[in-house]
Ligand binder design. Structure first.
Ligand code: GLN
Ligand code: ZN
Length: 758
């Protein structure tokens, strides 16, 4: 019989109880015993929910006090010396010290988990002494069994993935490190086997990225060792987020089950299984329910797929499961009260996905007729959304098709445009500017709340925003910046602000997902065709421009960033969604230009986040991402200067794409990574306007003039001073007034010094 399985369940709780508990503990409002007890209750409640829904394979050890990679590092005693750890179970202050830093020790680095918006803590292997500190999977297994009688399946991050995500060792030391870690894994697995655990899930998502010959050898070693050391323990080797890179080798590994993603890796995995079949001695974990998407599955389609898979793996060897952990979706749709019925009806968050799994298993085992009513209800709700007006804006479809057919190109080439722009604006050498936002003080946030609650009228709120703009325009002039911004005081967040004003977006009340640690985000949902309704930023920008003779840069979030930070519909290719956004934003760009704004910045900090995991898919993505940016910006006059901004990620391998965006000026975060980016420009003669951030904005510290002149000098060794701009790394919304003013004063002073040299 086929059974149902889950690869991981969200930690945060339907009301973010988990987040609140963590933050209360950190603030000293919850003592350690109460904290542990609260988390235990949350954990057990989540297990109980899965049990009650009828899930057969329930994961344990997917729960965490912060992050599962940090847990793995802690379990193996991989704790950098600076945290003063002395052996034994890792105390919470050490654990959270690694995650968040202490007053004496800097936090470990944090980075994105594959191509998701979840961030994990990067293990540091230099100078640590590995040893098992406690068997966390075993503890989790025992708890589930004792409390609820659940025969849980412990989830463990596999050695290859763990090593590849760690830092602090040289590539040639990989095997040495593998040999050091393997005995620790073996110890964990042996203890699980002794306890009578039947199955473990070992996550190796790294196997969907490029796997080379050495990695193949390592995999052999790892899984041979496991089989030999804990022969009674069955291993489900789990991949996700894409198709398995090396299917034929993967299915030959000495494990008892292979988990494949048939949603995000559908094409590659189905092709491989059709071509090569599936070994008769293994269980197939068929990830057919999207663990990362928010939409209801078409049960009919999934049933067809499962029937096909049953043909390759015997039905008693099939687990109907989520494509990956449900960590990446919100908990439940049930409490949502403000969504259109046709939208709400088509959504499935974590809990609703549990139901889908159970229904599919029933359909598969008891026959399609046994789930006839579910199949009908499912098609009905999916149809309602499909047929809704929101998904059928013919005017948008036609306009997007038309602009897509044209080449997205500015009228004049860069050189000629730029000299026109320089003439119009008479900017000095090394013009100074900022990235857009100024401090979102408590006062600003309070005003927005009062207005949202209806306690402040629209007029009062507008007047308040205008006062903020007045203050900051005056300050920018006084400091001597060349290109000013209005400060973004009216915006909460760079995606939500636009989503609320464009058609095709919806906002949930409780649709939170964990981003990192206790930080959760509530991504907007792009469920319909995106359409421009009315100007979104013209009032504030034009107001700011009316207060100064210096140029004020308009400020928009770009199509790719809006898309990558939202949940998007799955009935259209992402490329088409990006073009719809581009078409809508282009109308905003044109509206700004008509209102007399001559410089317009279109931020694209999240371009890299959408980069496909498979190298072979990356060029295509970058090409349409670049095209979407150009569609947004190409219709302006030659004298209008287009800016863009990027941050938070590695750019060194993306410079050609950045150049292809053809923005007149780009500002890039550089100082946070200590100027590492600069060397990428040595061989790349970047030919457009560029500002490499001269100071990090993540701390309240005011940068010294010399630091910034040092950064400018380094940059100007490889870049043309005539094209160089001076700006901070990123927006200043998280900073305070005093430090912002002082930092920008120093930045302008550093620029004056630099201007005399070049
Ligand atoms: N214009 C935005 C700001 O200054 C850019 C934010 C970002 O890059 N994440 O806040
Ligand atoms: Zn930024």
């Amino acid at each position: 019989m086929a059974i149902s399985g889950v690869l991981g369940y969200p930690r945060i709780g339907a009301n973010r109880e988990w987040k609140k508990a963590l933050e209360a503990f950190w603030a000293g409002k919850l003592d350690q015993t109460a904290f542990r007890q609260t988390l235990r209750e949350i954990r057990i409640q989540h297990l109980r929910k899965q049990q009650e829904k009828g899930i057969d394979v329930i994961p344990v050890n997917d729960f965490s006090y912060y992050d599962h990679i940090l847990d793995t590092a802690a379990m193996f005693g991989l704790i950098p010396k600076r945290f003063g750890y002395e052996g034994g179970p890792v105390p919470l202050h050490v654990y959270y010290g690694m995650a968040r830093g202490t007053k004496d020790a800097a936090a470990c680095e944090m980075t994105k988990w594959f191509n998701t918006n979840y961030h994990y803590i990067v293990p540091e292997l230099n100078g640590v002494s590995p040893a098992v500190t406690e068997n966390k999977p075993l503890i989790a297994y025992r708890e589930a069994k004792a409390e609820l009688g659940i025969e849980g399946r412990p989830v463990i991050v596999g050695p290859l993935t763990f090593l590849k995500l760690s830092k602090g060792y040289k590539p040639e030391e990989t095997d040495e490190w593998l040999n050091r870690l393997l005995p620790l894994y073996v110890q964990i697995l042996k203890e699980l086997a002794q306890e009578g655990v039947e199955w473990v899930q070992i996550d190796e998502p790294i196997l969907v990225t490029n796997v080379d010959a050495e990695d193949r050898k390592r995999l052999q070693l790892i899984y041979n060792t496991f089989k030999a050391s804990a022969p009674g323990l069955k291993i489900m080797l789990q991949t996700y987020f894409e198709s398995a890179e090396d299917y034929t080798d993967l299915v030959r590994l000495p494990v008892d089950g292979i988990g494949l993603d048939f949603v995000h890796g559908y094409a590659g995995n189905i092709q491989a299984i059709r071509l090569f079949g599936f070994p008769a001695d293994k269980v197939l974990g068929a990830g057919v329910i999207d663990g990362r998407g928010i939409w209801k599955a078409s049960l009919q389609e999934k049933l067809e797929l499962l029937k096909e898979l049953e043909g390759h793996a015997a039905s008693d060897q099939l687990i109907v499961q989520t494509s990956c952990s449900l960590l990446h979706v919100p908990v439940t749709v049930i409490e949502e009260r403000q969504l259109l019925p046709e939208l709400k009806g088509a959504l499935a968050f974590a809990d609703e996905k549990l139901d889908e799994l159970v229904v599919l298993v029933k359909g598969l085992t008891a026959g399609e007729a046994s789930i006839a009513s579910e199949l009908e209800a499912c098609e009905k709700s999916l149809n309602a959304l499909r047929l809704s007006d929101e998904r059928n804006r013919t005017a948008v479809h036609q306009a997007v098709a038309a602009i897509n057919a044209q080449e997205a190109r500015r009228k004049l080439p860069f050189q000629e445009r730029y000299s026109l722009q320089q003439k119009t604006w008479r900017l000095p050498l090394l013009p100074t500017t900022t990235i857009g936002s100024f401090p979102q003080s408590a006062e600003v946030r309070k005003a927005r709340q009062l207005w949202r609650k209806g306690e402040w009228s629209g007029e009062r709120y507008t007047a308040f925003i205008q006062e903020q703009i007045d203050t900051w325009i005056r300050l920018q002039e006084e400091i001597g910046l060349d290109v000013l911004v209005h400060g973004e005081f009216e915006r909460t967040d760079m995606v939500e602000f636009f989503g609320e004003k464009l058609s095709g977006f919806a906002f949930t009340q409780f649709g939170w997902v964990q981003s990192y640690g206790s930080r959760c985000v509530k991504p907007p949902i792009i469920y319909g065709d995106v359409a421009f309704e009315a100007p979104m930023t013209v009032n504030e920008t034009a107001y700011a421009q009316s207060k100064t003779v210096r140029p004020v840069k308009g400020m928009l979030t770009g199509p790719i960033t809006i898309m990558n930070w939202s949940f998007v519909r799955d009935d259209l290719p992402r490329e088409q969604i990006a073009y719809q956004l581009a078409y809508a934003l282009r109308q905003e760009v044109e509206a700004l230009e008509q209102a007399g704004i001559g410089m317009i910045q279109v931020d694209e900090p999240a371009v890299r986040e959408g980069l496909p995991l498979k190298k072979s898919d990356q060029a295509d993505y970058l090409a349409w991402a670049v095209k979407a940016f150009r569609m947004t910006t190409c219709t302006v006059k030659d004298s209008t200067q287009i800016h863009t901004h990027m941050c938070y990620c590695e750019f060194h391998d993306m410079i050609a794409s950045i150049e292809a965006m053809d923005a007149d000026v780009i500002s890039i975060e550089t100082s946070r990574s200590h100027g590492e980016l600069i060397s990428s420009f040595e061989h790349n003669t970047y030919k457009l306007g560029i500002g490499l951030g001269v100071y990090d904005i993540h701390s309240p510290r005011v940068p010294e003039i010399e630091e910034m002149t040092g950064m400018i000098d380094r940059a100007l060794r490889v870049l043309d001073p005539k094209l160089f701009w001076i700006n901070p790394d990123c927006g200043l919304k998280t900073r305070g007034y005093e430090e912002t003013a002082a930092s920008l004063r120093n930045m302008v002073d550093a620029t004056r010094i630099a201007r005399q040299k070049y």
